[in-house]
Design a binder for this molecule. Sequence first.
Ligand SMILES: *[C@@H]1O[C@H](CO)[C@@H](O)[C@H](O)[C@H]1NC(C)=O
Ligand SMILES: *[C@@H]1O[C@H](CO)[C@@H](O)[C@H](O)[C@H]1NC(C)=O
Ligand SMILES: *[C@@H]1O[C@H](CO)[C@@H](O)[C@H](O)[C@H]1NC(C)=O
Ligand SMILES: *[C@@H]1O[C@H](CO)[C@@H](O)[C@H](O)[C@H]1NC(C)=O
Length: 296
Amino acid sequence: MAALLPSLLSFSCLVLVFAAIPISLSLPFVVFHGIGDECSHPGVKNFTELLSNYSGVEGYCLEVGNGVWDSWFMPLEKQAGIICDKVKKMEELKEGYNIVGLSQGNLVGRGVIELCDGGPPVRNYISLGGPHAGIASVPLCGSAIFCRLADELIKSEIYSDYVQDHLAPSGYLKLPNAIPKYLEKCKFLPKLNNELPQAKNSTYKERFSSLQNLVLIMFEHDTVLVPKETSLFGYYSDEDFNSTIPAQQTKLYIEDWIGLKALDKAGRVKYISVAGDHVKISNSDTRKYVIPYLQG
Ligand SMILES: *[C@@H]1O[C@H](CO)[C@@H](O)[C@H](O)[C@H]1NC(C)=O
Ligand SMILES: *[C@@H]1O[C@H](CO)[C@@H](O)[C@H](O)[C@H]1NC(C)=O
Ligand SMILES: *[C@@H]1O[C@H](CO)[C@@H](O)[C@H](O)[C@H]1NC(C)=O
Ligand SMILES: *[C@@H]1O[C@H](CO)[C@@H](O)[C@H](O)[C@H]1NC(C)=O
């Protein structure tokens, strides 16, 4: 009896130790912020923390370069490449992870899903206000000093090699009245969306369609994305910026260039519309449409 006691004691200590470690089957999540923002800014920091608080899951905001500046001036393929290297090095993501994208950060996220060779698997992808089908107007920059540079670039030839290499949003500016030029010269979105007939890469489709859930959230009063329907893969159908068509009527969907249709047919796409301006999601909508996909 006396001999048994110490081992019983250490056994119960072990049990206590294990009970104290919260065992979670949920995967961690990563957040990609939008243009002109950075992980250390209170808004993004709070949002990441809020998602962790609500879900009980570990989450990380992943930065590209120095934040604000690079979000404007580094081409998106390069941004996605930097994140690809980061996620491959993170032990925490080894078993897979979920992505929450904010605005332009969605194209970084989708770049990682589709283009990252040897990266850990992405399970759920929740997209808030993502310019997935392009935008017909560049987001307003504001009055900061670097905005003068951005504005100069925007005013010059948007599909020139120079602007394509130095202004991130030019990589998804899809002017409805200049589609041939967009297809020829725009360096990012045509590739990401497998839009180029001679250059489709089935790997992108394979990877994108392996998502467990794709949650697309559009903001009904979005004043940044033109048109707002781009958040749900909808876009202008004509040359005059007039009427939009839903994803299901686009060639990307019908010919299933990236697997959106396959995912949809499998019931894994959620098309959601919430009240509010660009990525201004309420706490209750966050609980309803984001949190469930972050929990196991
Ligand atoms: C961050 O969250 C705290 C606590 O929820 C809140 O009081 C504060 O206003 C938030 N700040 C921003 C910038 O959202
Ligand atoms: C998250 O929870 C912590 C601990 O309860 C709290 O201090 C913090 O303000 C919360 N953050 C947000 C954004 O709600
Ligand atoms: C397709 O994309 C993958 C992932 O980036 C890449 O490894 C592969 O070489 C590409 N294939 C072609 C034919 O370009
Ligand atoms: C948009 O299209 C409608 C009919 O399709 C037409 O009546 C209207 O004039 C157009 N508006 C513009 C601004 O082109």
